[in-house]
Design a protein around this ligand. Sequence first.
Ligand SMILES: Cc1cc2nc3c(=O)[nH]c(=O)nc-3n(C[C@H](O)[C@H](O)[C@H](O)COP(=O)(O)OP(=O)(O)OC[C@H]3O[C@@H](n4cnc5c(N)ncnc54)[C@H](O)[C@@H]3O)c2cc1C
Length: 308
Amino acid sequence: MFSQPLLMASRSAKMRKAITAIPVTRRVVGRFVAGETLPEVVAITEGLLSEDLTVTIDNLGEDTLDVADAIATREAYVALLSRLADLGLGRRAEVSLKLSALGQSLPSGAEQVTLDNALAICQAAEKAGTTVTIDMEDHTTIDRTLGTVTELRRDFPWVGAVLQSMLLRTEADCRDLATAGSRIRLVKGAYLEPESVAFQDKKDVDLAYVRCLRTLMHSEAYPMPATHDLRMIEIGQQLAADAGRAKDSYEFQMLYGIRPAEQRQLSREGHTVRVYLPYGTDWYGYFMRRLAERPANVGFFLRALVSK
Ligand SMILES: Cc1cc2nc3c(=O)[nH]c(=O)nc-3n(C[C@H](O)[C@H](O)[C@H](O)COP(=O)(O)OP(=O)(O)OC[C@H]3O[C@@H](n4cnc5c(N)ncnc54)[C@H](O)[C@@H]3O)c2cc1C
């Protein structure tokens, strides 16, 4: 009931202005976002690593229309990776990026600017001894994003890709990308998509998720099931066991602030669990997608508003 208007609002400049202006929003945002600055996200990273979790850090931002902003995002990632290198955290702390924050939506020269920025971040990641995963955005960007992943993988074969089971095309993408060592994060999909390209019924999205998971687990790829759906996690564990996979040949991923107890429980059971850790000032779109995923989050937000 709530998710469609919230996902539409996540793209509205007017709503962005209104919601980010409410002081109490920040307190609620703090449940999902690891602060606005580099020292804040590094401190939370160290805390999570000390609990045997791993992380993938996202410098928040998307849909950049200005080259200077895209370059600023690249520099923020390079600074973050240099800090991670100094701390010697290696693969336990990697980064996730959105190509629309690096130039993919620019009115001209988008492809080259995006690739150059992403290459600079991959070089910094290699120096830090870690990896990069390229987030997936709405369906209109997929061919370009997978094209950039292919380019990046020429020099950096460890670059991870994301596939969204809600899209009709994804099972075929999954088969194509499930090559040896290919790091694939499998998600259900967080964007509002039309029925011409996406399943509309949650049951169909879940069934497609299981089919994709099966393809990945029975391939030579490195699957990264990213979900808070405990049924999907259980099926993932079963498929990994059926395929005779060692526990270090795949990992589970969840978002910061969502199902933290389950994150720790899976880790205690010997699984690699990676927490997606966003930070920065541009949290509006990310926050609205989290509200859209769960009506209870909207209630939480409204209660915070009235009790301020
Ligand atoms: C590590 C990671 C990276 C991601 N990267 C991308 C990406 O690049 N592109 C993309 O489109 N999507 C991405 N997503 C989001 C994903 O597509 C889903 O929108 C999101 O994970 C919710 O789906 P679910 O698999 O958890 O299942 P659901 O069926 O939506 O949820 C299962 C259960 O999990 C809990 N839950 C789910 N979401 C929330 C929430 N927001 N707050 C509180 N509880 C919740 C609820 O208990 C719910 O019943 C990512 C998700 C993760 C975990």
